[in-house]
Design a protein around this ligand. Structure first.
Ligand SMILES: Nc1ncnc2c1ncn2[C@@H]1O[C@H](COP(=O)(O)OP(=O)(O)OP(=O)(O)O)[C@@H](O)[C@H]1O
Length: 311
Protein backbone atom coordinates (compact mmCIF):
# COMPACT_ATOMS: atom_id res chain seq x y z
CA UNK A 1 0.00 0.00 0.00
CA UNK A 2 1.06 3.57 -0.70
CA UNK A 3 0.12 6.21 1.84
CA UNK A 4 0.37 9.88 0.95
CA UNK A 5 -0.02 11.88 4.16
CA UNK A 6 -0.50 15.64 4.37
CA UNK A 7 1.65 16.28 1.33
CA UNK A 8 2.35 19.96 0.49
CA UNK A 9 4.57 21.76 -2.00
CA UNK A 10 5.47 25.44 -1.99
CA UNK A 11 7.19 27.25 -4.84
CA UNK A 12 8.44 30.74 -4.03
CA UNK A 13 6.01 31.08 -1.17
CA UNK A 14 3.07 29.87 -3.27
CA UNK A 15 1.42 26.61 -2.25
CA UNK A 16 0.80 24.47 -5.35
CA UNK A 17 -0.08 21.22 -3.54
CA UNK A 18 -2.09 21.64 -0.37
CA UNK A 19 -2.40 18.97 2.29
CA UNK A 20 -3.06 15.94 0.07
CA UNK A 21 -3.70 12.62 1.79
CA UNK A 22 -4.51 9.48 -0.21
CA UNK A 23 -4.01 5.77 0.24
CA UNK A 24 -3.55 3.56 -2.78
CA UNK A 25 -4.12 -0.16 -2.36
CA UNK A 26 -1.91 -2.78 -3.94
CA UNK A 27 -2.93 -3.37 -7.57
CA UNK A 28 -5.09 -0.25 -7.77
CA UNK A 29 -5.05 2.18 -10.68
CA UNK A 30 -5.54 5.68 -9.35
CA UNK A 31 -6.24 8.34 -11.96
CA UNK A 32 -5.47 11.93 -10.96
CA UNK A 33 -7.55 14.43 -12.94
CA UNK A 34 -8.02 18.18 -12.76
CA UNK A 35 -7.56 21.42 -14.60
CA UNK A 36 -4.19 22.58 -15.90
CA UNK A 37 -1.96 23.85 -13.10
CA UNK A 38 -3.96 22.12 -10.34
CA UNK A 39 -0.83 20.35 -9.06
CA UNK A 40 -1.24 16.86 -10.56
CA UNK A 41 2.29 16.50 -11.92
CA UNK A 42 3.81 17.97 -8.76
CA UNK A 43 1.86 15.48 -6.64
CA UNK A 44 2.97 12.55 -8.82
CA UNK A 45 6.62 13.64 -8.78
CA UNK A 46 6.64 13.91 -5.01
CA UNK A 47 5.95 10.17 -4.85
CA UNK A 48 9.27 9.28 -6.52
CA UNK A 49 11.00 12.41 -5.12
CA UNK A 50 11.67 14.06 -8.44
CA UNK A 51 10.11 16.89 -6.42
CA UNK A 52 10.85 17.05 -2.69
CA UNK A 53 7.74 17.76 -0.56
CA UNK A 54 7.63 20.93 1.56
CA UNK A 55 5.62 19.03 4.17
CA UNK A 56 4.02 15.63 4.67
CA UNK A 57 5.31 12.21 3.75
CA UNK A 58 4.86 9.21 1.47
CA UNK A 59 5.22 5.61 2.60
CA UNK A 60 5.38 2.55 0.35
CA UNK A 61 4.54 -0.70 2.14
CA UNK A 62 5.10 1.17 5.40
CA UNK A 63 8.56 2.47 4.47
CA UNK A 64 9.14 6.21 4.31
CA UNK A 65 10.38 7.20 0.83
CA UNK A 66 13.05 9.34 2.54
CA UNK A 67 14.65 6.22 4.02
CA UNK A 68 16.84 5.80 0.94
CA UNK A 69 18.53 8.14 -1.57
CA UNK A 70 16.15 9.31 -4.33
CA UNK A 71 18.07 7.63 -7.17
CA UNK A 72 17.74 4.24 -5.45
CA UNK A 73 14.05 4.85 -4.72
CA UNK A 74 13.46 5.64 -8.40
CA UNK A 75 14.92 2.34 -9.56
CA UNK A 76 12.03 0.66 -7.75
CA UNK A 77 9.34 2.91 -9.19
CA UNK A 78 8.48 2.93 -12.90
CA UNK A 79 7.95 6.36 -14.43
CA UNK A 80 6.38 7.16 -17.81
CA UNK A 81 5.89 10.64 -19.21
CA UNK A 82 4.17 12.03 -22.28
CA UNK A 83 6.43 11.74 -25.33
CA UNK A 84 8.03 8.72 -23.60
CA UNK A 85 11.44 10.31 -22.72
CA UNK A 86 13.46 7.55 -24.41
CA UNK A 87 17.23 7.99 -24.73
CA UNK A 88 17.56 8.98 -28.42
CA UNK A 89 20.99 7.42 -29.05
CA UNK A 90 20.26 4.10 -27.40
CA UNK A 91 18.51 1.22 -29.09
CA UNK A 92 15.12 -0.02 -28.01
CA UNK A 93 16.77 -2.95 -26.18
CA UNK A 94 19.24 -0.65 -24.40
CA UNK A 95 16.45 1.72 -23.42
CA UNK A 96 14.34 -1.08 -21.95
CA UNK A 97 17.38 -2.56 -20.19
CA UNK A 98 18.38 0.71 -18.48
CA UNK A 99 17.17 0.05 -14.94
CA UNK A 100 17.97 -3.70 -14.87
CA UNK A 101 21.53 -2.74 -15.90
CA UNK A 102 21.75 -0.21 -13.06
CA UNK A 103 20.49 -2.90 -10.71
CA UNK A 104 23.32 -5.20 -11.81
CA UNK A 105 21.25 -7.89 -13.55
CA UNK A 106 23.40 -10.17 -15.71
CA UNK A 107 23.26 -9.87 -19.52
CA UNK A 108 21.25 -13.01 -20.12
CA UNK A 109 18.57 -12.00 -17.64
CA UNK A 110 18.32 -8.51 -19.14
CA UNK A 111 18.12 -9.91 -22.69
CA UNK A 112 15.37 -12.33 -21.68
CA UNK A 113 13.40 -9.57 -19.97
CA UNK A 114 13.73 -7.21 -22.95
CA UNK A 115 12.54 -9.94 -25.30
CA UNK A 116 9.57 -10.83 -23.07
CA UNK A 117 8.50 -7.19 -22.77
CA UNK A 118 8.77 -6.54 -26.50
CA UNK A 119 6.59 -9.57 -27.10
CA UNK A 120 4.02 -8.42 -24.54
CA UNK A 121 3.84 -5.08 -26.34
CA UNK A 122 3.53 -6.79 -29.73
CA UNK A 123 6.86 -5.49 -31.04
CA UNK A 124 8.77 -8.31 -32.76
CA UNK A 125 12.17 -8.44 -30.95
CA UNK A 126 14.03 -9.42 -34.15
CA UNK A 127 12.72 -6.31 -35.86
CA UNK A 128 12.63 -3.73 -33.07
CA UNK A 129 15.31 -4.52 -30.45
CA UNK A 130 18.11 -2.89 -32.46
CA UNK A 131 16.22 0.17 -33.66
CA UNK A 132 16.72 3.71 -32.38
CA UNK A 133 13.70 5.59 -31.00
CA UNK A 134 13.44 7.88 -34.04
CA UNK A 135 12.96 4.77 -36.20
CA UNK A 136 9.67 4.02 -34.40
CA UNK A 137 6.19 5.51 -34.74
CA UNK A 138 4.84 7.60 -31.85
CA UNK A 139 2.67 4.73 -30.65
CA UNK A 140 5.60 2.29 -30.76
CA UNK A 141 7.82 4.76 -28.86
CA UNK A 142 5.14 5.08 -26.22
CA UNK A 143 4.96 1.28 -25.82
CA UNK A 144 8.73 1.11 -25.46
CA UNK A 145 8.50 3.86 -22.82
CA UNK A 146 6.02 1.78 -20.81
CA UNK A 147 8.10 -1.38 -21.36
CA UNK A 148 11.18 0.45 -20.04
CA UNK A 149 9.29 1.58 -16.95
CA UNK A 150 8.20 -2.01 -16.29
CA UNK A 151 11.59 -3.60 -17.00
CA UNK A 152 12.72 -4.10 -13.42
CA UNK A 153 9.28 -5.34 -12.35
CA UNK A 154 8.41 -2.34 -10.19
CA UNK A 155 5.46 -2.69 -7.84
CA UNK A 156 4.56 0.92 -8.52
CA UNK A 157 4.23 2.67 -11.87
CA UNK A 158 3.80 6.46 -12.11
CA UNK A 159 2.42 7.74 -15.41
CA UNK A 160 2.11 11.40 -16.42
CA UNK A 161 -0.21 11.86 -19.40
CA UNK A 162 1.32 8.76 -20.99
CA UNK A 163 -1.19 8.55 -23.83
CA UNK A 164 -1.73 12.27 -24.38
CA UNK A 165 0.07 12.42 -27.71
CA UNK A 166 -1.54 9.35 -29.28
CA UNK A 167 -4.38 9.28 -31.79
CA UNK A 168 -7.72 7.92 -30.47
CA UNK A 169 -7.30 4.43 -31.96
CA UNK A 170 -3.74 3.85 -30.75
CA UNK A 171 -4.70 5.44 -27.45
CA UNK A 172 -7.56 2.98 -26.90
CA UNK A 173 -5.20 0.12 -27.73
CA UNK A 174 -2.53 1.47 -25.34
CA UNK A 175 -5.14 1.69 -22.57
CA UNK A 176 -6.24 -1.90 -23.23
CA UNK A 177 -2.61 -3.09 -23.14
CA UNK A 178 -2.02 -1.25 -19.89
CA UNK A 179 -5.05 -2.88 -18.26
CA UNK A 180 -3.94 -6.33 -19.44
CA UNK A 181 -0.41 -5.80 -18.15
CA UNK A 182 -1.66 -4.40 -14.88
CA UNK A 183 -3.81 -7.50 -14.45
CA UNK A 184 -1.01 -9.93 -15.17
CA UNK A 185 1.71 -8.17 -13.09
CA UNK A 186 -0.56 -6.73 -10.37
CA UNK A 187 1.31 -3.41 -10.64
CA UNK A 188 -0.05 -0.46 -8.66
CA UNK A 189 -0.46 2.51 -10.96
CA UNK A 190 -0.86 6.24 -10.35
CA UNK A 191 -1.76 8.01 -13.56
CA UNK A 192 -2.17 11.73 -14.30
CA UNK A 193 -4.56 12.54 -17.11
CA UNK A 194 -6.55 15.46 -18.51
CA UNK A 195 -9.02 13.08 -20.02
CA UNK A 196 -11.99 12.18 -17.85
CA UNK A 197 -12.96 9.30 -20.16
CA UNK A 198 -9.48 7.84 -19.69
CA UNK A 199 -9.73 8.25 -15.92
CA UNK A 200 -13.09 6.46 -15.91
CA UNK A 201 -11.89 3.70 -18.23
CA UNK A 202 -8.72 2.96 -16.27
CA UNK A 203 -9.21 4.13 -12.69
CA UNK A 204 -10.26 1.92 -9.82
CA UNK A 205 -10.40 5.28 -8.04
CA UNK A 206 -10.19 8.84 -9.30
CA UNK A 207 -8.65 11.78 -7.43
CA UNK A 208 -10.05 15.10 -8.65
CA UNK A 209 -7.71 18.06 -8.04
CA UNK A 210 -8.28 21.79 -8.12
CA UNK A 211 -5.88 24.48 -6.94
CA UNK A 212 -3.56 22.04 -5.22
CA UNK A 213 -6.26 20.21 -3.29
CA UNK A 214 -7.95 16.86 -3.80
CA UNK A 215 -11.68 17.60 -3.89
CA UNK A 216 -12.88 14.01 -4.21
CA UNK A 217 -11.22 10.59 -4.15
CA UNK A 218 -13.63 7.81 -5.02
CA UNK A 219 -14.41 5.04 -7.53
CA UNK A 220 -15.58 6.30 -10.97
CA UNK A 221 -19.22 5.31 -10.39
CA UNK A 222 -19.35 7.39 -7.19
CA UNK A 223 -17.70 10.38 -8.83
CA UNK A 224 -20.28 10.26 -11.63
CA UNK A 225 -23.29 9.62 -9.40
CA UNK A 226 -22.33 11.84 -6.47
CA UNK A 227 -19.85 14.57 -7.42
CA UNK A 228 -18.62 16.14 -4.18
CA UNK A 229 -18.56 19.75 -5.41
CA UNK A 230 -19.90 21.81 -8.32
CA UNK A 231 -16.34 21.81 -9.69
CA UNK A 232 -16.27 18.00 -9.90
CA UNK A 233 -19.70 18.08 -11.50
CA UNK A 234 -18.53 20.59 -14.09
CA UNK A 235 -15.38 18.58 -14.84
CA UNK A 236 -17.53 15.53 -15.59
CA UNK A 237 -19.62 17.46 -18.09
CA UNK A 238 -23.38 17.22 -17.45
CA UNK A 239 -24.18 16.22 -21.04
CA UNK A 240 -21.86 13.23 -20.85
CA UNK A 241 -22.84 11.76 -17.49
CA UNK A 242 -25.30 9.06 -18.66
CA UNK A 243 -22.85 7.86 -21.29
CA UNK A 244 -19.94 7.84 -18.86
CA UNK A 245 -22.03 5.75 -16.52
CA UNK A 246 -22.80 3.32 -19.34
CA UNK A 247 -19.12 3.08 -20.25
CA UNK A 248 -18.47 1.45 -16.85
CA UNK A 249 -20.66 -1.58 -17.57
CA UNK A 250 -20.52 -4.48 -20.01
CA UNK A 251 -23.19 -6.07 -22.20
CA UNK A 252 -22.82 -9.22 -20.11
CA UNK A 253 -24.31 -7.30 -17.13
CA UNK A 254 -27.64 -6.70 -18.95
CA UNK A 255 -27.88 -9.96 -20.87
CA UNK A 256 -31.46 -11.29 -21.26
CA UNK A 257 -32.87 -14.40 -22.93
CA UNK A 258 -34.33 -13.94 -26.40
CA UNK A 259 -33.42 -13.35 -30.01
CA UNK A 260 -32.95 -10.19 -32.07
CA UNK A 261 -32.14 -9.29 -35.66
CA UNK A 262 -29.10 -7.70 -37.21
CA UNK A 263 -25.42 -7.21 -36.41
CA UNK A 264 -24.55 -8.88 -33.08
CA UNK A 265 -22.48 -7.47 -30.22
CA UNK A 266 -20.03 -9.27 -27.89
CA UNK A 267 -20.68 -9.71 -24.15
CA UNK A 268 -17.54 -7.74 -23.23
CA UNK A 269 -18.51 -4.67 -25.27
CA UNK A 270 -19.36 -1.64 -23.13
CA UNK A 271 -22.99 -0.72 -22.46
CA UNK A 272 -22.21 2.63 -24.04
CA UNK A 273 -21.24 0.93 -27.28
CA UNK A 274 -24.41 -1.20 -27.19
CA UNK A 275 -26.64 1.83 -26.57
CA UNK A 276 -24.96 3.74 -29.38
CA UNK A 277 -25.50 0.78 -31.71
CA UNK A 278 -29.23 0.57 -30.78
CA UNK A 279 -29.67 4.28 -31.50
CA UNK A 280 -27.63 4.23 -34.68
CA UNK A 281 -29.29 1.18 -36.20
CA UNK A 282 -32.77 2.01 -34.84
CA UNK A 283 -33.09 -1.38 -33.11
CA UNK A 284 -34.85 -2.11 -29.80
CA UNK A 285 -32.50 -5.02 -29.04
CA UNK A 286 -29.18 -6.46 -30.21
CA UNK A 287 -28.26 -10.16 -30.39
CA UNK A 288 -25.33 -11.02 -28.10
CA UNK A 289 -22.91 -13.57 -29.55
CA UNK A 290 -19.64 -14.99 -28.26
CA UNK A 291 -17.44 -17.29 -30.37
CA UNK A 292 -20.33 -17.90 -32.74
CA UNK A 293 -22.67 -18.94 -29.94
CA UNK A 294 -25.88 -16.95 -29.25
CA UNK A 295 -26.04 -15.89 -25.58
CA UNK A 296 -29.24 -13.80 -25.70
CA UNK A 297 -30.04 -10.13 -26.22
CA UNK A 298 -29.42 -6.69 -24.75
CA UNK A 299 -32.40 -4.31 -24.93
CA UNK A 300 -32.35 -0.56 -25.58
CA UNK A 301 -34.85 0.08 -22.81
CA UNK A 302 -32.67 -1.71 -20.25
CA UNK A 303 -29.65 0.27 -21.46
CA UNK A 304 -31.54 3.57 -21.15
CA UNK A 305 -32.58 2.67 -17.60
CA UNK A 306 -28.98 1.89 -16.72
CA UNK A 307 -27.94 5.36 -17.91
CA UNK A 308 -30.08 7.10 -15.26
CA UNK A 309 -28.74 8.52 -12.01
CA UNK A 310 -28.12 5.64 -9.56
CA UNK A 311 -30.35 5.70 -6.47
N1 LIG B 1 9.58 24.09 -10.60
C1 LIG B 1 8.57 24.96 -10.40
N2 LIG B 1 8.78 26.21 -9.95
C2 LIG B 1 7.75 27.07 -9.72
N3 LIG B 1 6.46 26.77 -9.93
C3 LIG B 1 6.18 25.54 -10.38
C4 LIG B 1 7.20 24.57 -10.64
N4 LIG B 1 6.62 23.42 -11.07
C5 LIG B 1 5.30 23.67 -11.10
N5 LIG B 1 5.02 24.92 -10.68
C6 LIG B 1 3.69 25.54 -10.55
O1 LIG B 1 2.90 24.70 -9.75
C7 LIG B 1 1.55 24.65 -10.21
C8 LIG B 1 1.14 23.20 -10.42
O2 LIG B 1 1.87 22.67 -11.52
P1 LIG B 1 1.68 21.17 -12.03
O3 LIG B 1 2.61 20.99 -13.18
O4 LIG B 1 1.79 20.27 -10.88
O5 LIG B 1 0.17 21.20 -12.51
P2 LIG B 1 -0.62 20.15 -13.40
O6 LIG B 1 -1.95 20.00 -12.75
O7 LIG B 1 0.18 18.94 -13.62
O8 LIG B 1 -0.78 20.96 -14.74
P3 LIG B 1 -0.85 20.45 -16.26
O9 LIG B 1 -2.11 19.64 -16.36
O10 LIG B 1 -0.94 21.75 -17.04
O11 LIG B 1 0.38 19.67 -16.54
C9 LIG B 1 1.50 25.50 -11.45
O12 LIG B 1 0.97 26.76 -11.12
C10 LIG B 1 2.94 25.61 -11.87
O13 LIG B 1 3.18 26.83 -12.51
Amino acid sequence: MIAIEGLCKDYEGRRVVEDVSLTIGRGEIVAVVGTSGSGKTTLLRMVNRLVEPSAGRVTIEGEDTRAQPPHLLRRRIGYVIQGNGLFPHRTVAQNIGTVPRLLGWDRARIAARVKALLEIFQLDPAEFAGRLPHELSGGQQQRVGVARALAAEPHLLLMDEPFGALDPIIRAKAQEDLLAIQKSFGTTIMLVTHDMDEAIALGTRIAVMDQGRVLQYAPPEDIIARPATPFVDALLGRGDRPFRLLSLGHVRDLLEPGTAQGEPIGPEASLREAFAECLWSGRDALPVIENGQALGIVRREALARQAGRPQ
